[in-house]
Design a protein around this ligand. Sequence first.
Ligand SMILES: Nc1nc2c(ncn2[C@@H]2O[C@H](COP(=O)(O)OP(=O)(O)OP(=O)(O)O)[C@@H](O)[C@H]2O)c(=O)[nH]1
Length: 343
Amino acid sequence: MKTLHNDPLKILIVDDQDSVRRYLHQELRNMGALEVIAAATAEDAVAQFKQHKPDLILLDIEMPGRNGYWIAEQIRNAEGGNWTPIIFLTALDRDEDLWEGIRVGGDDYLIKPVRPTVLAAKIRAMQRLLGMQRRLTAVTEELFQANNMLNLLVERDGLTGLINRRGFDRLLHEQIAYAHREVLPLTLMICDIDYFKQYNDTLGHPEGDKCLQKVAALLGGVCRRPTDSACRIGGEEFALILPNTPRSGAMVFARTLAELLASQRIVHPKSPIGEHLTLSAGITTCIPDAATTMLGMVTRADEALYAAKARGRNDFFSYELQVTAREQLAPRKPAAPAEGTRS
Ligand SMILES: Nc1nc2c(ncn2[C@@H]2O[C@H](COP(=O)(O)OP(=O)(O)OP(=O)(O)O)[C@@H](O)[C@H]2O)c(=O)[nH]1
């Protein structure tokens, strides 16, 4: 008795003759097939294939109605990127029939009656190919996953785990295009730690690194929408890309961020403006149009950051509103009386 490989197969027999189906069924079970399914018509064969997803098909050609060639074509169309070995098992012994069987997608062609040893040998050969194909699929999937992981790593900053400059460039580019298409506001915030040089100089570079990690964790945490992105784009410079965030929302976001940082009370031993670490940020918000570029947005956010620094730091300046988050909250001074009016 010739038996199949260790990995037992699920086999679909397609033959309109009941006696052939029963004979093959018995032979295949004797060889150690795990499961044998049978179909007597072309339509049933295709349905059984879709339902059971067999590992191998033994396919007759001559049947009432549609024939085995048609079935092979249907199966090849239905299996997507997979491959299911098809062995034609037929009484047709002309070379043209064999040619047509292989042309429509068959992998082997046996002429009935077939001896059990020959059938077992052919199935075993197909089983070996199937094993190789499955290993190849598994390796391809592993490679795909590894490639995805590599792409992620290429865009990650090693110290903080945030998106790095390269990822920032890609994301900002994509978000400008998206916001342009959907006519949505897009906010870019560039944040910079205040007096970080003094922090480093006083506490040393390793402590400076830890501080950067704390700030990064804070920025990452404050980006709660799945489309928000926190990036490290320079030594102590961070960027937040906030899709679908209008000017007012950006200012609320900025205040939340400042409050969160203040609540962490990270000691800055040499800050001229207080005992704790602070951030300054420049904000730009627009509904991008065809003329909006990454460089334009970054330049506006940088200018706003410069204004925040110039106004004493520890604040967030909006390029479009020309006001800082703190100034926006401050009660307005009553307008000075016009000249000549009595107070
Ligand atoms: N520890 C650490 N320090 C860094 C890193 N990258 C840049 N820096 C430091 O960040 C500091 C930036 O200094 P400046 O550009 O003068 O900025 P600043 O002292 O924060 O001053 P303002 O931004 O004007 O408030 C420098 O001391 C850099 O050495 C890093 O990866 N780790």
